[in-house]
Write a protein that binds this ligand. Structure first.
Ligand SMILES: *Cc1c(COP(=O)(O)O)cnc(C)c1O
Length: 234
């Protein structure tokens, strides 16, 4: 089932990209495996998937340990500074940087283990009180502060827009994130300002996110099915 779901999504990514004049190879699929067992991740790996998204540090650590090498993990949950050490070790990208204190804590652990780490700034593009991330107008100052942390490579922006049934609204949030990224890129605030990563779009809205410029889409349910009920969802 996981292999079939991945195939369906890959086809949709390719078709959507072609229809809006984008190169499908510029869009990476992050398979969100939170609350799903290591066995499901390995099933996806056998079907060619190699980037996974996790929201909880300890859960991710356990699964990484079971799986061993061969997969890259992105952290997409809320990160507490006191978990920075484990996060610095486990992940190839942390998509949810929203404060300097956290960036600094990560940086000091990265220095100790001699590693550099790709990060994204999480932006609360819809000013939703229930969502984490910094406000759009705060992104510039945070990126300026982070520029002094040489072990962190700010590659772009990530967002999770407020839930709404109104597709026009969702599209306007995706568009706003891209425009913000362009504005910040014009001031050379990213690691590579010619190619800025935009992590946006989930199971229900990823084709629209691709049309609006997403380079990373984070898909859970459409790949792995519903998350187990006994676990809190983020
Ligand atoms: C859970 C989660 C996703 C995946 O959501 P689905 O609707 O299952 O595709 C994407 N991004 C973040 C930040 C998440 O927490």
């Amino acid at each position: 089932m996981i292999a079939d779901n991945l195939q369906t999504i890959r086809t949709l990514i390719t078709d959507t990209a072609h229809n809006c004049g984008r190169d499908p190879s510029t869009i990476k699929l992050v398979a969100v495996s939170k609350h799903h067992p290591a066995a499901s991740i390995m099933e996806a790996m056998a079907a060619g998937q190699n980037i996974f998204g996790e929201n909880y540090i300890q859960e991710a650590a356990d699964k990484c340990h079971t799986i061993g090498k061969g997969a890259a993990f992105h952290f997409i949950g809320h990160l507490q500074s006191n978990k920075a050490k484990l996060a610095a070790e486990l992940f190839t990208m942390i998509e949810t940087i929203d404060r300097y204190k956290l960036a600094k804590a990560l940086h000091s652990h990265l220095e100790k283990i001699d590693k550099t780490l790709d990060i994204l700034i999480q932006v609360n593009i819809g000013r939703d009180q229930k969502k984490s991330g910094i406000l759009p107008e705060e992104a510039k100052d945070l990126l300026k502060q982070i520029a002094s942390l040489s072990r962190l490579r700010p590659k772009g922006l990530m967002t999770m827009p407020p839930f709404t049934a109104d597709q026009t609204k969702t599209r306007s949030y995706f568009k706003a994130l891209r425009l913000l990224a362009l504005e910040l890129g014009a001031e050379n605030l990213f690691y590579n300002n010619e190619s800025i990563e935009l992590s946006m779009g989930m199971s229900d809205d990823f084709p629209m996110a691709i049309e609006e410029g997403a380079t990373l889409i984070r898909i859970g349910t459409a790949i792995f099915g519903k998350r187990p009920l006994n676990s809190s969802q983020t």
